[in-house]
Write a protein that binds this ligand. Sequence first.
Ligand code: UD1
Length: 417
Amino acid sequence: MSKLKIEGKHILSGEIQISGAKNSAVALLPAAVLAKKKSIIYNVPEISDIKYLIDIMKLLNCEVEHKDGTLYIDSSNLKNKPIPEELSVQMRASYYFMGALLAKFGKVEISFPGGCNIGARPIDIHIKGFEQLGATVDIVKNRYTITADKLKGAKIFFDFPSVGATINIMMAAVGAEGTTIIENAAMEPEIVNVASFLINMGVKIRGAGTKRIEIDGCKDLDNGVCEVFPDRIESGTYIIIGALLGDNLKIKGIIKEHIEALLIKLKEIGVDYEIDNDVMTISKCENLKAVNLKTLVFPGFPTDLQQPLVTLLTQAKGKSLVEETLYENRFKNTYDLNRMGAITNILTMNKLEVKGPKNLKGTHVIATDLRGGASLLIAGLIAAGETEIDNCDVILRGYGNLVEKLSNVGAKLEITE
Ligand code: UD1
């Protein structure tokens, strides 16, 4: 098990370049199997989920070359094969092969996806959507076989604006006859990124990024080219680090509109920054103030930044109240934060109180999930002494070149086996 060792309290200056978004990239790869033959995806992050997705694509007989952040995919000889559990459980995004292969072949066999253990994370909205398009879904012991002689466009109303279901149904709808309308669709930037890739392949999609998306079925797709948007969650994490330790730290690759909820919350906390085009300059801020925070779907405050922000709130004066509305198990990081000297109390399953400011001290902690691990990483960077984070591989799932990016701006950290 890999360990991340951090020597805390180093001031950070220089530049950090934000990578392509994990949650876009992991959907764009499966979407590439819909292309006529070839796809090019630029700005692909260096994270382990991508490696596992490439393994699945190779299993499906795609040729994949990963060079300098660009993926060249040739799906000319694509074959529909069952995706084994050992690959599908490696990440959440394996479920995107459901929509993509269903559209392409009218059949897909795959096990329940993996991903961070932050709640139950059912996929009933995806399944209901496939069925409304005319597919039959058989589930035997977590193994899904989804078949359709013919997919037919339908009007689908989501009970909840799920990111995964919106992308999955958008892809399945490409293989349907006629128009599919998704109502109460998710509006996250990842949806727009995937829709623009499909549009580039010749699919007619209207409304991606709004609550209503229309997709016209398309049999004759072209090759596809797209660029992964910069990662809004990675951006947010480095911004929080900058607010705690920066000395004119520059964060490059910011899309302001994608992180508006965070930026407004930071102002409320008392964090100062400047944005010039896509570059943010940020320095360590004093006199941070406690705030109340509620996670919501986009454009609300993203659940993936809740745990990193909690670490910032341990340094804010007063009592903050954090409400997590997306997942029922996303405060696990607070156990170790408290061991480092923070004072947080879980009031109910989805409400957390944070009292600050508290000086943190380094100790031995365990990353239980990706963003919870990021929260401990931030804690380690501001703590006195040395912090050792066990199971740090889960953090690297979402932060490409983490050690290199932070070392380049003056942090002291290393990964040991
Ligand atoms: C994606 C992101 C994840 C992020 C989340 C919310 C990827 C690979 N992961 O996850 O980082 O935290 O969006 O922004 O992109 N739900 C159901 N039934 C379903 C689908 C979802 O009840 O069929 C519930 C989930 O349990 C959760 C909520 O809806 O409580 C949000 O899920 P969803 O938007 O689907 O998130 P993911 O696609 O899993």
